[in-house]
Design a binder for this molecule. Structure first.
Ligand code: NAP
Length: 252
């Protein structure tokens, strides 16, 4: 249990998404879990898109005791544009348009210099992951109600080169640019923002510095952005203090 005073969490906004619907791609992941938990606690109805029913079941078990009656798994092929569109169509059929979308997709990769990268790593960690992001944007953006939000999670590796991490760096930079393109295409219909995160403490990394964000903190950042009028911003959230400063600069 996180008992420290945590400025990232603004009590006033906790109910801002009560009764709102949110689709999350990457909900089953380390960070996604915290975003889902926060949104469920805030009273939102959450649709978790995933490539596997089993991974959804595992997420539901991790969230036992939360309002999981408001959590729906939407499982199927997330790896193609048409597959992701079919999942979005399922949400539309079950629920209709949604209020907000969140993208917490990704996978870490490191350990090889550019000239050592095998073809299969390039395919899997750069090209295939980019397809996931593009497919999510293409399928979910049209599903979001006018004035709703689309929030993308990225890591510092997307903006700062790290030795041996070219594939995740390039991939992160590409999906940050995709968020900007999406905002340009959506105009005022949709508010697209990205959060550039430092290390996150989660079930995948249980220890770390107190200054690091937790996965639930990331959920609160997502919630505050979704509930705001902020649009088209790339928001630095290296650690809690930086995240809070960034939100203050945005008037949140
Ligand atoms: N963890 C951190 O410390 C950290 C720090 C900074 C930024 N971030 C950012 O936060 C986002 C999520 O990170 P994470 O650590 O939560 O990621 P993760 O747990 O490794 O994966 C997140 C989700 O992405 C989907 N995914 C991953 N690889 C896939 C593949 N090959 N094919 C299809 N789906 C795949 C999975 O969804 P399904 O299995 O449900 O389909 C998975 O649950 C990323 O953009 C990352 O850059 C994370």
């Amino acid at each position: 249990m996180d008992t420290e005073v945590n400025p990232v969490r603004a009590p006033a906004s906790i109910f801002a998404l009560h009764g709102k619907s949110v689709a999350i791609a990457g909900a089953t992941g380390n960070v996604g879990e915290g975003v889902v938990r926060t949104l469920l606690r805030a009273g939102a109805k959450v649709f978790a898109l995933t490539r596997s029913e089993d991974r959804f079941e595992r997420l539901a078990r991790l969230l036992e005791g939360e309002r999981t009656e408001n959590l729906t798994g939407i499982a199927g092929d997330t790896s193609t544009l048409s597959g992701m569109s079919s999942l979005a169509a399922k949400i539309a059929a079950e629920h209709g348009p949604i209020d907000h979308a969140v993208v917490a997709l990704g996978q870490w990769w490191q350990g090889k210099r550019v000239w050592e990268v095998p073809e299969e790593d390039f395919q899997r960690y750069f090209l295939d992951t980019m397809v996931l992001h593009f497919a999510a944007a293409r399928a979910l953006a049209p599903l979001v109600e006018e004035g709703g939000s689309y929030t993308v999670l990225a890591g510092l590796s997307a903006v700062t080169p790290l030795p041996g991490a070219s594939l995740v760096g390039m991939q992160g930079a590409a999906h940050l640019m995709l968020a900007r393109e999406l905002q340009a295409d959506a105009g005022e219909r949709l508010r697209v923002n990205s959060l550039v995160l430092g290390f996150v403490r989660s079930r995948g990394r249980t220890s770390g510095k107190p200054s690091w964000l937790t996965a639930d903190d990331v959920g609160h950042l997502v919630l505050r952005l979704a509930a705001s009028r902020v649009a088209g911003r790339q928001i630095r959230a290296d650690v809690k203090e930086v995240a809070e400063r960034s939100l203050k600069e945005l008037g949140l």
